[in-house]
Ligand binder design. Structure first.
Ligand SMILES: [Zn+2]
Length: 201
C-alpha cells in the first residue's frame, strides 16, 4: 500500500485480521476512522476495551456473562433446567435464543478434533457430563455446526451419557452441511430445533 501514511496502513492491517474483513474494506474503514471526530474515535476505542474487560465466562453454562457471576440465562429461574442445549461457541447461545428455546445451555468451547490434537478433556465435555447428572437433565439437544468434527463430538456425547436416563437429539438437517449456525435464518433454525432427531449410538 504505497503512499498510504504508515499509521493508517497499520490500522488497516489490524482491521484486516478481523474475520470476513478484506484488505480493501479494512483500508476504507481505516480512512473512515481517521476522518471521524475525536469523540467518535474515543467512544469506539473505549467500547472495544470495555467489551474485552467486562465480558467474562459464566461459571454455569460457560457462555458469556458480564463481569463475574452467572449470565442472564442461567440466573433466569423460569428456564427449564431439564432441557439442555449444547453449543460450540458462546455466540451460538444468542443464535439459539432466536429460535425460542427456553431451556438452558452448555458451551463446549470447541469440538473434538483429533487432527488438531483436541480431545474430549480439552473442551467442556467433563463439565457437561457432570451437569447432566447433577441437574437430572432429561433431554440434551446438541446444536453443533454440521461437520465431521461436530458429528464426532455429538456421537461422543451420546456414548458418554449412554448409561444415564437422558434423551439426546441433534438439530434436524435443515442446517446446511459446512455452514455455521449463525448464518442460518430464524425460521430454518426454529424448524431444525422442532424437528430435532434422536441420536443413537
Ligand atoms: Zn450461564
Amino acid at each position: 500500500m504505497d503512499y498510504i501514511p504508515e499509521p493508517i496502513e497499520k490500522l488497516a492491517r489490524e482491521l484486516n485480521k478481523l474475520p470476513g474483513m478484506g484488505i480493501k474494506t479494512a483500508t476504507r474503514l481505516a480512512f473512515h476512522i481517521v476522518d471521524m471526530n475525536s469523540d467518535g474515535v474515543n467512544d469506539l476505542s473505549s467500547c472495544i476495551l470495555d467489551a474485552k474487560k467486562d465480558i467474562r465466562i459464566c461459571p454455569l453454562c460457560h457462555g458469556y456473562s458480564v463481569n463475574t457471576g452467572e449470565c442472564g440465562i442461567c440466573s433466569d429461574y423460569s428456564r427449564d433446567t431439564k432441557s439442555l442445549c449444547v453449543v460450540q461457541r458462546p455466540q451460538d447461545v444468542f443464535v439459539l435464543e432466536r429460535s425460542g428455546f427456553r431451556g438452558i445451555y452448555h458451551v463446549l468451547h470447541g469440538v473434538i478434533s483429533p487432527l488438531d490434537g483436541i480431545g474430549p478433556d480439552d473442551i467442556k465435555i467433563p463439565e457437561l457430563i457432570k451437569k447432566v447428572k447433577d441437574l437430572n437433565v432429561e433431554e440434551i439437544i446438541v446444536a453443533l455446526n454440521p461437520s465431521v468434527e461436530g458429528d464426532a463430538t455429538t456421537l461422543f456425547i451420546a456414548k458418554s451419557v449412554h448409561d444415564i436416563k437422558v434423551r439426546i437429539s441433534r438439530l434436524a438437517r435443515g442446517v446446511p452441511a459446512g455452514a455455521s449456525i449463525d448464518y442460518v435464518d430464524d425460521v430454518t433454525l426454529s424448524r431444525a430445533l422442532e424437528e430435532r432427531q434422536e441420536v443413537s449410538c
